[in-house]
Design a binder for this molecule. Sequence first.
Ligand code: GLY
Length: 379
Amino acid sequence: MQLNEQQTKWAQETLERVSHKLEKVSERSKDKIPYTTVNGIHDDWSGGDKIGWWTNGFWGGMMWQMYALTGKEFYKEIAENNEKKLDADLMDYDKLDHDNGFKWLPTAVANYRMTGNKASRNRGLLAASNLAGRYNSAGRFIRAWNNWDQENDRTGWAIIDCMMNLPLLYWASEELKDPRFTQIATSHADTARDCFVRGDGSVNHIVSFDPINGGMIESFGGQGYGVGSSWTRGQSWGLYGFTLSYLHTKDASYLETAQRIANYFMANIPQSGLIPVDFRQPVDVTWEDSTAAAIAACGLIELAKLTEGRQSGLYLNSALKMLTALTEKSFNWNEDEDNLLTKCTAAYHDKKHEFSIIYGDYYFLEALMKLVGRELFIW
Ligand code: GLY
């Protein structure tokens, strides 16, 4: 991957501006675990039941990236604080689901990788063991969610997002020199490759399997527009997730799958560079999801590193198109407010659309760190 002079300048200057803002934001939010902002100020998900929310590792991850960039102890302390607060979640079985990777890779495992902290290693391994325990061997998938309500029986449900949780299992195998975790991860990835990714490179969000005999039953629209649609964040999780599974296993089928999703994604990027909530949403619906753009950019940058020539340039330029569009049109540069990205959307059918969400900010920062070659590898 080769950035030209102008692209390098843009990435460095943008990261500098973001870093300047984050120094102020982190001072204001040092005791919080934010999810979104209210009137420009971070909310806080560190207390009570809220601690189980799947996004609670991203703030810590941002702080570790900032520590990697600046070496300022202040960021390390905030990240460690986030990690310790998550113990209330790790010790509450019913609050845990497949999102252990999202919670403990950017916190405990990042800490262990940076400092060798034994307590952090322990947290990461407990989280990985719990994730492995969600494996359904008949269907060869990791169960996504619990039956938190009576609305649906989710015992046989798997979701594309889980591709981003698999690196916790790859890490545990490497750390323990024990292939069992990787065996579960690759079995799930094989199922996702065969049952989630469509021929055209678009991706299902939820697939339901018979939890007893493992047979695939049907797919659901999930957080996208509907059955058979193309929820953009799901496309991004697939794009980046299969790339990561390739990086960890060197299984060429995962790279081929990531590239198929990437080609589909790039073909659907609008002229504006801004990503809708669903690539198949009605034409008169304009809702966007900046998180999908930031996550896809991370995956595309990794694909650019894995390829050469025109192909590599295509991935890199598509990532840069989305990242520059975000900074020009969907960014909050006001240093007195806490979010970076605007126009993030959690789910198409939610009442609220286009607000700030912490994982959008996390992946935007990660993408910039990748571009300047300073990334702390989290996944
Ligand atoms: N992992 C849930 C989401 O992407 O909203």
